[in-house]
Design a protein around this ligand. Structure first.
Ligand SMILES: Cc1cc2nc3c(=O)[nH]c(=O)nc-3n(C[C@H](O)[C@H](O)[C@H](O)COP(=O)(O)OP(=O)(O)OC[C@H]3O[C@@H](n4cnc5c(N)ncnc54)[C@H](O)[C@@H]3O)c2cc1C
Length: 447
């Protein structure tokens, strides 16, 4: 089965394949009914671990970061993903890391600017940090490494992790080579248009776009208020706070891929360890970023806890309630929202995959159901409107179509005044506490 870039600026399975090929693809596809679900995968991989319906099987939960000031700006969150991957390379546990990095494609070439790549040493690994909200295919990289006699850690978002586990179960060569599978928490994946639409809003048209940074940190802001930066073919760089861009709120789900509407795996339930953002007031106010971490493999867990003991990383213990709480919006979309989308599609006679969530529209207040449907409309419309804008060479075509849809969605989501006040007070309290803590440790260091 091959994949190619389709009109909505993402990879699509090539329909021009034999039935045998498509049966093979279905046997590893995370959204096909032919494969077992994430609960069954977790039970097979980690039978001795307890299970939580929100997170899957778990050994331990943490929040933390790599405090190395020189490394902070170039990781998305707390930098623990790169810390762990680096440790695996340095200890000789693996020969390479299969993850996502820049392709070096020139602006205007039409080629994707990110892809799955292999990092063979620490320098390559560390040059390929940060989250890439960009479609990628593991097709080529797995063909390239398969049977080369080397061992790897594989990094992926939950659906990719599931597909890799299915593949490993069928392929003893990859099963032996992929020593560790590292998960990245995912809200949903974006098409290429996500990067292009932001860059265009900064004055860099899609054909001139050379590089992007989806997670620019700013010491003057909270970690949630990160920026987006784009660089054109002449090296000119523009940057703006992501939330100020049209489609900049993750909740609007612009350019979300279709499959993400049917995903119910938030914590990459078949990964040996998973990293995300610790979206809790206590951590959110720290501009450096903080990871939420869930471990399922004892060796990987020991690398992190030993690093805590030696002072190399900061790590707080988290209960599974707290781990799940870091992904509140994600659960609303992936569990509550999924039930509505399944019910809607079945009522309309459309095929839906078998999921662990049951179709339902009665489990939520009517305005919440409307919100879920609005969100789906924003997603659908964003792909179409951006394609029209590209054809017309006019970003306004996209912005004029999206603004009213996003405004309607926003008007429905407005939090009650009391909730906003409570959240603000909580953030301010943590901000003051954090400043006091920093001042105290600075005093200690200078005395
Ligand atoms: C599409 C997407 C959606 C996400 N949604 C959420 C969310 O809803 N909630 C949440 O808490 N966290 C989410 N994350 C995870 C979060 O953005 C951080 O990636 C994670 O916290 C790790 O941060 P870090 O500082 O430890 O990683 P870093 O030290 O910056 O290292 C990141 C590592 O991940 C690899 N990587 C980057 N992008 C990809 C990719 N697309 N596929 C595979 N590997 C990749 C890099 O190559 C690098 O090795 C998402 C990430 C992605 C890619």
């Amino acid at each position: 089965m091959t994949v190619r870039l389709g009109p909505t600026r993402t990879y699509q399975a090539d329909p021009d394949v034999s039935l045998a090929d498509s049966a093979t693809a279905s046997s590893v596809c995370p959204f096909a009914d032919e494969t077992v679900d994430e609960t069954a995968l977790g039970a097979r991989l980690y039978p001795e671990l307890p299970e939580d319906p929100r997170t899957g099987r778990y050994l331990a939960g943490y929040a933390g970061r790599n405090p190395d000031a020189a490394l902070v700006p170039d990781s998305s969150s707390g930098g623990l993903t790169s810390y762990l991957l680096r440790s695996l390379l340095e200890r000789g546990d693996v020969d390479g890391i299969i993850h996502v990095g820049e392709t070096g494609a020139a602006g205007g070439s039409g080629e994707p600017i990110f892809a799955y790549v292999v990092s063979n040493d620490v320098d390559q690994l560390m040059a390929r940090r940060k989250s890439q909200y960009y479609p990628v295919s593991m097709n080529e990289v797995l063909r390239e490494v398969r049977g080369d006699g080397r061992h790897y850690a594989f990094v992926g978002i939950p659906c990719v992790v599931t597909a890799v586990r299915h593949l490993m179960a069928q392929d003893p060569v990859l099963q032996e080579q992929l020593r560790f599978v590292v998960g990245i928490v995912c809200g949903h994946l974006k098409s290429i248009a996500y990067a292009e639409s932001f860059a265009w809003q900064l004055g860099i048209a899609p054909d001139a776009l050379e590089k992007v940074d989806f997670r620019v940190k700013d010491p003057e802001r909270t970690s949630r208020e990160y920026g987006f930066a784009a660089v054109d073919a002449t090296g000119h760089r523009e940057e703006r706070k992501t939330l100020s861009l049209v489609g900049g709120s993750w909740g609007h789900a612009v350019f979300q891929l279709g499959a993400c509407d049917f995903c119910d795996d938030i914590f990459a339930e078949s990964a040996d360890v998973v990293f995300g953002d610790a979206w809790l007031s206590k951590y959110e106010i720290d501009w450096r970023g903080t990871n939420v971490v869930l471990t399922r493999d004892r060796y990987l867990d020991s690398i992190l806890t030993e690093a805590r003991t030696s002072g190399a990383i900061e790590l707080d213990d988290l209960t599974m309630d707290k781990v799940a709480e870091t992904q509140g919006g994600n659960f609303r979309h992936r569990r509550d929202g999924l039930a509505v989308r399944l019910a809607d599609d079945r009522a309309a006679g459309r095929w839906t995959p078998r999921k662990r969530v049951q179709p339902d529209t009665e489990h939520l207040p009517a305005d919440r159901v409307d919100l879920i449907r609005d969100r789906r409309e924003i997603t659908r419309e964003s792909h179409v409107a951006f394609e029209s804008a590209r054809r017309a060479g006019d970003l306004g075509v996209y912005l004029d179509r999206m603004r009213p849809l996003i405004e309607r969605y926003q008007s429905r989501t407005s939090m009650p005044f009391r909730t906003r006040l409570r959240n603000k007070l909580r953030r301010e309290t943590y901000r003051v506490l954090s400043k006091l803590r920093t001042a105290r440790s600075n005093r200690k260091a200078s005395s």
